[in-house]
Design a protein around this ligand. Structure first.
Ligand SMILES: [Mg+2]
Ligand SMILES: [Zn+2]
Length: 171
C-alpha cells in the first residue's frame, strides 16, 4: 500500500497547545476534503504526533485516546478511514526513539503494514516533520511557512499539499 503520514496539530487540526479537551478539536480548512481526495486515490492514512504533554502531566492518556477516537469518528463519518493514530508520549529529555524527528513511530507502522515508501508522503507543519520524512526516506510537504528545512514541496495549505501529492504520484 501507499501511505500518507500526517502530523496532527497544526496540520489536520488547529494547534491548541497541549489539547486536552475533545470539544476543542477543530479540523483545519480543506482537510476533510483533502483527505477524501487522498483516500479516493488509494492512499492509506496514518497520523503520527508528538504528545509530550502526557509526560509533562498536562494530558492523561485516557483523554488523548478520547481525542483520537473522536478525530477518527468524525473522519469516518466523512468516509475517511485513518488506519492508526500513533503518538509519542515522552518528554524531549527522555531521549526515546519515537519522538519526531526520530523514526520510531513510522518504524512500528512499517512492521505492521506493507507500505511502499517510494510512493508515500508526509504532510506536516514543523521542521521535525520534514526531518522525520527525510530520515524515513519519503517525500515531504509542509503546510507552514515557518519551516527552515527544505521539504519536497511548500504548500500554502492542506488542499494545495494534497494537489501536489496527486500530481507527483501520477508520474
Ligand atoms: Mg504540528
Ligand atoms: Zn517517544
Amino acid at each position: 500500500m501507499k501511505a500518507v503520514f500526517l502530523d496532527r496539530d497544526g496540520t489536520i487540526i488547529k494547534n491548541v497547545p497541549y489539547l486536552n479537551n475533545p470539544d476543542e478539536i477543530e479540523f483545519l480548512t480543506g482537510v476533510i476534503e483533502g483527505l477524501k481526495i487522498l483516500v479516493n486515490n488509494g492512499f492509506s492514512l496514518f497520523v503520527v504526533t508528538n504528545q509530550s504533554g502526557v509526560s509533562r502531566g498536562f494530558i492523561k492518556i485516557q483523554k488523548l485516546e478520547e481525542i483520537h477516537t473522536k478525530i477518527k469518528n468524525i473522519l469516518r463519518e466523512n468516509g475517511i478511514d485513518i488506519k492508526e493514530i500513533v503518538y509519542c508520549p515522552h518528554h524531549p529529555d527522555d531521549n526515546c526513539n519515537c519522538r519526531k524527528p526520530k523514526t520510531g513511530m513510522i518504524d512500528n507502522i512499517l512492521k505492521k503494514y506493507k507500505i511502499d515508501l517510494r510512493n508515500s508522503y508526509l504532510i506536516g507543519d514543523k521542521d521535525e516533520d520534514i526531518i522525520l520524512a527525510k530520515n524515513t526516506g519519503i517525500k515531504s510537504i509542509s503546510v507552514s511557512n515557518e519551516i527552515k528545512t527544505s521539504p519536497d514541496f511548500k504548500a500554502k495549505n492542506f488542499k494545495e499539499a494534497v494537489s501536489w501529492i496527486i500530481k507527483d504520484s501520477s508520474f
